[in-house]
Design a protein around this ligand. Structure first.
Ligand SMILES: Cc1cc2nc3c(=O)[nH]c(=O)nc-3n(C[C@H](O)[C@H](O)[C@H](O)COP(=O)(O)OP(=O)(O)OC[C@H]3O[C@@H](n4cnc5c(N)ncnc54)[C@H](O)[C@@H]3O)c2cc1C
Length: 498
């Protein structure tokens, strides 16, 4: 027996699910979001230990100055009052430590060129060309201006068929500069000869405009969207894991939760990774070839994160993100080496206020393939055993040693620390093998690795990081594209003011 009938059921309350919920509820649709966890948000979840909040996924966002692209979306999504920001250093929001030296990415086109050219005086024109090209790629994308929202070709094919490394190698022959230009690659977990240039161009163009940490935690985005959705009359069910999507001969009709409750709707949107979503649909409307294609696609690498609470007033707040590489090439994700762990880390302080003097806490994110933890595959959160706890402790100690080489007071400033592994991500976000950003786009298979929001089930759509691009901008635009399958696209576009 069905509990209730909705216009639209949304599976998962990640950013994509919440934005679809916001748009549809605002436009008068009776929507319900079903989230398996007690906390909404997916990668926007935070956790609190001893008075300190830690982000688990999203840490910083860009293009948030008035008139810039994310600012326009946040205004439409009514997020500007609830989400407090702290600006990163405009003269170096990213610091890249490679081959023993530090390099900075600065905000603003001229500032970006000038700052890098101080260390690459012979390559100034190449840096300028790089910047012009990524801006051209990002802005030529219909994603940026939303004019072709219903088009199925989001990306100029040329940009989907050129890899990041090919693009950079064409711009400069200086191997050091090639590495530095790809220096914030953990933001997209790029893979050499695979990751298409548009993925990197959209992200870097976005952050070069302006870059901010989210004060207090990225759950403020999820909570604000949820508040608006409920004000519009939408429902959000927590602890509500979807077990099956049910169809009749022509379309989807119902969902069933793991507790057996059933809910009907006219339309369905899945914010869950496509592979586990399809495993919950047994209808022949989804063809075998499509299932095989989705399950054969590679996913981006996962990560191991160390969360540190500092002793009070012991560490000055770092107003930038710090990327460290202990390897000959930045493109070494495939050569992951357990002995020399971590070869790559991204070190970020958590913002608790604007202009804070000291850091309360930090996250250090390192790559980790799922294979490292696969022997605990069958375990669940908090019940993985002593050997798993020891594994995590060993990894944490190695990270602390590595950080202390660069920041000598790091170890002595730690009051306590926590860790999470690919298994944690798998279990909290439902992403395949704890993948950081979902499906890996591959320039060799541009069509096969681009997932459409549409499926062969006419009233069932995807949203989230797997259908367009990951990150705050990619998922926001993806959610607009998905919602435009139900609401007139022009209504959304006119309201955003694109
Ligand atoms: C470590 C890390 C750092 C990041 N840092 C940044 C950053 O600084 N800036 C940035 O812009 N982006 C960042 N990202 C990327 C960004 O956070 C994600 O791309 C984005 O939040 C993903 O949103 P999504 O809509 O795809 O949903 P997800 O966050 O993947 O959420 C999916 C939701 O579905 C739920 N779900 C799964 N299965 C079920 C089920 N059966 N029933 C009900 N619910 C279910 C999950 O519990 C989850 O809530 C980061 C990601 C990671 C992992």
């Amino acid at each position: 027996m069905s509990e209730q009938k909705y216009d639209v059921i949304i599976a998962g309350s990640g950013l994509g699910g919440l934005i679809c919920g916001y748009i549809l509820a605002k436009n008068g649709y009776k929507i319900a979001i079903f989230e398996k966890n007690p906390q909404i948000g997916g990668c926007l979840q935070t956790f609190k230990r001893n008075g300190v909040t830690f982000d688990t996924g999203m840490h910083y966002i860009g293009s948030m100055d008035e008139g810039q692209i994310l600012h326009r979306f946040f205004k439409y999504l009514n997020l500007l009052d609830d989400v407090k920001l702290s600006r990163l250093d405009t003269n170096g929001y990213e610091v890249i430590n490679f081959a023993g030296k530090e390099y900075r990415f600065a905000n603003g086109s001229e500032n970006f060129v000038k700052t890098l050219a101080e260390q690459f005086p012979d390559n100034e024109e190449e840096i300028r060309t790089y910047l012009q090209q990524i801006s051209k790629i990002a802005e030529s994308s219909p994603l940026y201006n939303l004019h072709q929202i219903n088009s199925d070709t989001f990306i100029n094919t040329q940009y989907a068929m050129t890899s990041v490394n090919e693009f950079i190698e064409n711009i400069t022959k200086n191997p050091l500069l090639q590495n530095i230009l790809a220096g914030n690659m953990p933001l997209y977990a790029g893979v050499k000869d695979k990751t298409p240039i548009y993925v990197m161009a959209l992200i870097n163009n976005f952050f070069i405009q302006s870059a901010f940490r989210i004060v207090g935690g990225s759950d403020s985005i999820a909570n604000s969207l949820a508040k608006s959705i409920e004000t519009f009359g939408g429902k959000i069910f927590r602890n509500a894991e979807i077990d099956e999507f049910l169809c009749n001969e022509t379309k989807m009709t119902q969902i069933r939760l793991t507790n057996g409750k059933m809910f009907d709707a006219d339309y369905f949107i899945s914010n869950i990774h496509p592979e586990p979503t399809l495993a919950k649909i047994h209808s022949p409307l989804i063809r075998t070839a499509y299932r095989q294609r989705i399950s054969s696609i590679e996913n981006t690498i996962s990560n191991f994160t160390l969360f540190v609470k500092f002793k009070e007033n012991s560490v000055k707040y770092l107003n930038f993100n710090y990327y460290y590489y202990d390897c000959k090439s930045i493109w070494n994700t495939d050569d992951y080496d357990t002995e020399n762990f971590p070869q790559i880390y991204l070190y970020m302080h958590q913002a608790v206020a604007e202009n804070q003097e000291f850091a309360q806490s930090a996250q250090i994110i390192t790559y980790m393939p799922y294979a490292e933890v696969s022997k605990w595959d069958k375990t669940t959160v908090g019940k993985r055993g002593a050997d798993y706890e020891q594994f995590k402790k060993d990894k944490a100690e190695k990270i602390i040693d590595k950080l202390t080489e660069r920041f000598p007071d790091f170890r002595s400033s730690i009051e306590e620390y926590y860790t999470c592994s690919p298994l944690t991500y798998r279990d909290y976000t439902g992403t395949v093998a704890g993948s950081m950003y979902g499906i890996l786009r591959d320039k060799n298979f541009p069509l096969q690795t681009r997932i459409s929001q549409r499926t062969k089930i006419p009233n069932f759509f995807f949203t989230g990081q797997n259908i367009n691009s990951h990150g705050i901008l990619g998922v926001t635009i993806g959610a607009i594209i998905t919602s435009a399958e139900i609401v007139d696209a022009n209504l959304i576009i006119n309201e955003i003011g694109c």
